[in-house]
Write a protein that binds this ligand. Structure first.
Ligand SMILES: [Zn+2]
Ligand SMILES: [Zn+2]
Length: 54
């Protein structure tokens, strides 16, 4: 199984992570570990620069 890395903190994630396509460009995959999700750390899309909490 491929190990995804959290977009915000760059740690490898497993269960509890949220993985979704960037809501703006729909191309880049955003990965948020459960810790970043819980405390609402922002993420940036590498493709289009979109920043958001969700
Ligand atoms: Zn994280
Ligand atoms: Zn994007």
């Amino acid at each position: 199984m491929e190990l995804k890395k959290c977009t915000s903190c760059n740690r490898g994630v497993q269960e509890g992570a949220t993985i979704f396509k960037c809501p703006k460009c729909g191309k880049e995959e955003i990965v948020r570990c459960k810790d970043c999700k819980r405390v609402g750390v922002k993420y940036n899309c590498k493709g289009c620069g979109f920043e958001g909490p969700n």
